[in-house]
Design a protein around this ligand. Structure first.
Ligand code: DGT
Ligand code: CA
Ligand code: CA
Ligand code: ZN
Length: 623
């Protein structure tokens, strides 16, 4: 029987794809196949959990979910199974669905492999199939051959590697889940504050598990036990399972399958704990070494003096933080810190923001007071990559909201300007003349509101596909009707480095190109980014005054942070955009900003921190 465990978007997506596959294999109704595939795509791209949407009674608002699929999902969420789904799934052996999780094996091939090789066990399907391959049995199947046998073995290996890396969750999803837990905890009368720790506090692009710190109100505690709070935590409504519950820490698994580690501390030692469990491990190792050189040992409770500093003698004696008589866990004196800033200060370091605590060279630079001031959300003056619902017959998806609605949202976000960048009109089914006409009409449409709207200015952009040969999917004459272009790769991801680099550079040569959209094309947990000769790209963009985009879309967060830092050495500028397809998604700017911060970017490295007139000048002065 088809197994479901946690009703996550990932599971529901696979379920819907499996049903589409049955319809396809049984060849009865092409429209059903398409309907289920569309629904699967919609759930996969949902920015929230489908089950939460269902709980709010809004499941029919998800595009692609109509009466039949909606009522079956309703039954599934309510009762754990859906008769309708089950009856369809029963028509095909379950291992087929399991095998379809390997992306390169489609339903038809999966079905053939399972039925011809007689692979009956879902649980061992990958082991069994690999074994069959190694014995040459796949090659013997009609239309398969030696080459596909090898490809299938390689695909299984890759799939297993990826699954072993476990499902790290893109931070926007993890943060949403964490915020719900944080709000729940804050409702407890003994809880004074709650903070993220670990990778979540460092805003890493993907999160393994969520770590949280709770500060308790001492006066409200009876004795020293934190039991009340632990008990409250493990009763969290969306909990699937309690992993462990101790005196001052506990771990639970929360729907849809993410672990939450909780630690409790009183105010006096809260800063030490925050520092210690924010990590990263690499940062903490270096910080410990540094503290040792200053004569202190560092642990999760604070600093302990072990001897006089060997080398750098403190020139001015600092006021030590409040000292407590012996720590109950240790006889010698430990200095606790209620505040993280003071801990760094105490070991003669400039404060280091969590985003850059990755153990690169932040400690060395903090010693020299050279940690830059990182860019902040409040510095951002506009979003230049948003998709409206204006129908220019785009090559990819349209957005959900009108120009006016998006401008209104921009105003709410206190932006000075907004740039519309729908996808270019599709190139099949439209000739050049028609495309130019469409672009002109759109231009005039925006021109109208551009004058009407006084508070937030707007720019007319476009996201143009970079075709495999590096040309743009847009007639050159149509470029007359935009202020700027964002150019992006949306297809043919498998070119080698050299070809890909040439392709991108060629596209960047077009007039009015001001940004390279989601530069690596990565999709977190799904598709690795492609390689480019970054040195060449960075230098070209710096010279030509073209910005690299830092795309805030949850599954992208692209350019990745490490590359962002590398680009700074070449004096590249970045533009942080949300790629929003709905007004609500325009709120995702913080995620792109966190990538930039992790890439050590300051305000001046980000081009859309410029005010309106300076930004307009930048748009127009492409050399
Ligand atoms: P993640 O969960 O894989 O996204 O990454 P982190 O950095 O959140 O790692 P995690 O959850 O294992 O640990 C949280 C932080 O606690 C980590 O950044 C460093 C700190 N830490 C300090 N000492 C230890 C230790 O002995 N074990 C672990 N696991 N973490 C420690
Ligand atoms: Ca963690
Ligand atoms: Ca953890
Ligand atoms: Zn795009």
């Amino acid at each position: 029987m088809y197994k479901l465990e946690n009703y996550s978007n990932k599971e529901i997506t696979h379920l819907l794809r499996s049903i589409a596959a049955v319809h396809q294999l049984k060849g009865k109704n092409r429209f059903r196949t398409i309907a289920y595939e569309n629904a699967a795509d919609a759930v996969e791209h949902l920015s929230r959990e489908i089950k939460d949407v269902w709980e709010e009674g809004k499941i029919y608002q998800v595009p692609g979910i109509g009466e039949i699929i909606g009522s079956s999902l309703n039954e599934l969420f309510k009762q754990g199974r859906s008769k309708h789904f089950d009856s369809i799934l029963a028509q095909v052996p379950t291992p087929v669905f399991e095998l379809m999780k390997v992306r390169s094996i489609g339903p038809k091939r999966a079905y053939k492999l399972v039925t011809i090789l007689g692979l009956d066990h879902s649980d061992n399907i990958f082991t069994d199939l690999k074994k069959a391959g190694e014995e040459g049995k796949i090659a013997e199947i009609e239309n398969f051959g030696k080459k596909s046998e090898q490809e299938i073995i390689a695909a299984i290996n890759l799939y297993r590697q990826r699954s072993a890396k476990a499902d790290r969750m893109p931070i926007p999803y993890a943060k949403r889940i964490a915020d719900e837990v944080i709000n729940y905890l804050k409702n407890h009368p003994q809880v004074m504050r709650v903070d993220a720790l670990g990778s979540l506090r460092r805003w890493e692009a993907t999160i393994g598990d969520v770590d949280l710190a709770v500060q308790v109100k001492r006066e409200k505690l009876n004795g020293k036990s934190y039991k009340n709070i632990i008990d409250y935590f493990i009763k969290y409504p969306k909990k699937i399972k309690v992993e462990n519950a101790g005196e001052n820490k506990a771990s639970i698994i929360v729907s849809p399958n993410i672990r939450i580690d909780l630690r409790i501390q009183e105010e006096a030692g809260y800063g030490s704990m925050l520092q210690y469990f924010t990590g990263s491990k690499a940062h903490n190792i270096k910080l410990r070494e540094h503290a040792l050189a200053e004569g202190f040992s560092l642990n999760e409770y604070g600093l302990k003096k072990i001897r006089s500093p060997s080398t750098s003698l403190r020139t001015s004696p600092k006021s030590p933080p409040q000292r407590k008589g012996g720590d109950p866990r240790n006889n010698s004196q430990i200095m606790e810190f209620s505040n993280e800033h003071r801990l760094y200060e105490f070991v003669d370091l400039q404060y280091i923001p969590p985003e850059i605590r990755e153990g690169t060279n932040e400690i060395e630079l903090a010693q020299k007071n050279q940690i830059p001031k990182l860019v902040e959300v409040a510095d951002i003056k506009g979003d230049l990559h948003v998709h409206s619902s204006y129908n220019l017959q785009p090559s990819h998806d349209l957005g959900e909201n009108t120009y006016e609605e998006m401008l209104k949202k921009a105003k709410e976000l206190k932006y000075q300007y907004l740039g519309f960048a729908e996808h270019n009109p599709k190139t099949s089914g439209l000739n050049e003349k028609e495309i130019i006409e469409i672009m002109k009409k759109r231009y005039l449409e925006i021109e109208k509101i551009r004058d009407a709207e006084i508070k937030v200015k707007c720019f007319i952009g476009l996201e143009a596909d970079i075709l495999p040969d590096g040309s743009l999917a847009l007639p050159e004459k149509a470029i007359d009707y935009v202020d700027y272009l964002v150019v992006s790769v949306h297809s043919a991801f498998n070119l080698n480095v050299k070809a890909m680099t040439e392709r991108v550079l060629k596209a960047l040569e077009y007039p009015k190109v001001k940004a390279l959209g989601h530069p690596t094309g990565r999709l977190l947990g799904k598709r690795e980014g492609f390689e480019l000769d970054w040195e060449r790209i960075f230098n070209f963009c710096a010279r030509k005054n073209i910005a690299l985009e830092i795309n805030s879309w949850p599954q992208r967060l692209d350019l990745p942070d490490t590359l962002a830092r590398e680009g700074l050495r070449h004096e590249v500028k970045y533009i942080i955009n949300t790629d929003a397809h709905a007004t609500q998604e325009m709120e995702g700017m913080r995620y792109g900003v966190s990538v930039a911060r992790r890439g050590w970017c300051g305000r001046s490295d980000i081009i859309n921190t410029l005010n309106y007139s300076a930004f307009k000048k930048w748009l127009n002065n492409k050399s």
